[in-house]
Design a protein around this ligand. Structure first.
Ligand code: ADP
Ligand code: MG
Length: 220
């Protein structure tokens, strides 16, 4: 398998008026192309910090992060859908492309194709308030996919949803990410998260993570 990303001796300290917090202590980790990695760890152990550093939203304190090539595009999907209520679904999905430059007709066609492919054909011109929580998360994923990222970072994408929706959406998200052949890193702190079970089921790598250590073996 081709290595996409190498994280070496990564450390992150936060500083604020209450003092210093060591959020990540010397983590090293390789991520390979087309892997779907679940990262599991207790609340506050530094999972979101790790993703934010990978997405260049936070600076690291020390260590190295190297991608195997330049201009790697990163898609970052957050815990809540963060769709803009005043934009219809299509326009929400185009936002990443808009920020990156001009939206071409082909971009638009491609996003409409994705929305149709993943059962949102009837909602292309509707507004977020007209969609269920699960649908909104699917839109958020399509918005992230629209920029054609090389790696997808998902920070607890199911945790804001009720249990039944999580069950069905975890299958959807997994299927979409696999079909679009993406490398994905999904964070969760919830061992009951369906995707986590599925990850074991499909023999995908699952990383037990804490700010002090990580392993590719679950400690039980
Ligand atoms: P997780 O996502 O695993 O729940 P986080 O990465 O959000 O954990 O946080 C890791 C640690 O860093 C926690 O102790 C948290 O309080 C601290 N932390 C996170 N963000 C900040 C910040 N912006 N400023 C100060 N401390 C922070
Ligand atoms: Mg978090």
């Amino acid at each position: 398998m081709k290595k996409l990303l190498e994280i070496k001796n990564l450390k992150k300290y936060y500083h604020d008026i209450s003092g210093e917090t060591l959020a990540i202590d010397n983590i090293s980790l390789n991520i390979y192309e087309n892997e779907f990695i679940s990262i599991v760890g207790t609340s506050g152990c530094g999972k979101s910090t790790l993703l934010s550093i990978l997405a260049s939203l936070e600076d690291k304190s020390s260590g190295t992060i190297s991608f195997d090539r330049n201009n790697i595009k990163i898609g970052y999907m957050l815990q809540n859908d963060s769709l803009f209520p005043w934009r219809n679904i299509l326009d929400n999905c185009l936002i990443g492309l808009e920020i990156n430059g001009k939206v071409t007709d082909d971009d638009k066609k491609n996003v409409i194709k994705l929305l149709k492919k993943y059962d949102l054909a009837d909602f292309i011109y509707k507004y977020p308030s007209e969609l269920s929580g699960g649908m909104k998360q699917r839109v958020a994923l399509i918005r992230t996919l629209a920029i054609n990222p090389d790696i997808l970072l998902l920070d607890e994408p199911l945790s804001a949803l009720d249990y039944q929706t999580r069950l069905s959406l975890s299958d959807d998200l997994y299927a979409i990410i696999k079909q679009e052949k993406k490398t994905a890193v999904m964070v969760t702190h919830d061992l009951g998260e369906p995707k986590f079970k599925k990850s074991l089921f499909y023999n995908n790598p699952c990383i037990w993570y804490s700010s002090k250590s990580w392993s590719r073996t679950i400690p039980w």
